[in-house]
Write a protein that binds this ligand. Structure first.
Ligand SMILES: [Zn+2]
Ligand SMILES: [Zn+2]
Length: 212
């Protein structure tokens, strides 16, 4: 797991016993952390993360924190990470949890390491608060419902769909699979052959899918 790998690497890089102790305690906190019962709006989360970062690492670029918005609008398969892809198929937020262990925790270890080197001994309380905010931020993104259910498979490419695109006849496909079909085969639904408009324009142009 990336989180354990990052933990070992950061521990090995810095030999001082006091950081070692801190890292062990921080690791125990991170392993047990659960998303809050009530998750704040995405933008409140962002502001809180930036405020905490300014407090903990004042010279650090405050936007250089685990940021997950970009993960919440494309298919996990596009990540090219076998572990993430396998988790995504399970549904129930397994993909979001994997984002936390594969990307967020390693990043937090890196930030602690940096703060320790720059400013000396650290206090666990604000770091725990940062970690909690980051975890809540993961779950607070605009995830498709399918991220928390077992996803359906796309009947064109047979792989899971977290962002299904529905045709007027009610069938769902990956947007890219549907567009390729419309382009190559013509304007009918790939399953039931109901005539389908050229492109679901509202979705193609929506800022979410365009990555803003
Ligand atoms: Zn597909
Ligand atoms: Zn159809």
């Amino acid at each position: 797991m990336e989180n354990e790998l990052a933990f070992t690497l950061h521990l090995a890089m810095y030999q001082e016993a006091d950081l070692g102790d801190f890292m062990m305690n921080f690791r125990n906190v991170l392993i047990r952390l659960k998303p809050s019962e009530v998750i704040q709006l995405e933008n409140i989360c962002c502001t809180n993360i930036i405020d905490l970062m300014m407090e903990l690492l004042p010279c650090h670029e405050p936007h250089d924190v685990p940021w997950f918005e970009c993960f919440s609008f494309f298919e996990p398969a596009d990540l090219d990470n076998e572990f993430m892809e396998k988790e995504a198929v399970k549904g129930k937020g397994a993909f979001v949890q994997a984002l936390w262990t594969q990307y967020a925790i390693p990043k937090l270890y890196g930030l602690v390491y940096k703060a320790w080197r720059r400013y000396g001994a650290q206090n666990l309380t604000p770091w725990t608060r940062l970690a909690q905010t980051v975890l809540d931020g993961c779950f607070g993104q605009k995830w498709s419902d399918c991220v928390f259910q077992v996803p359906d498979t796309c009947s064109i490419c047979l792989s899971p769909m977290h962002w299904p695109e529905k045709t007027q006849c009610g069938h769902s496909f990956h947007l890219r699979c549907l567009l390729r079909h419309l382009d190559m085969i013509g304007h009918t639904c790939p399953l039931c052959r109901t005539p389908t408009p050229a492109a679901p324009l509202d979705t193609v142009l929506s800022p979410r899918k365009m990555g803003e």
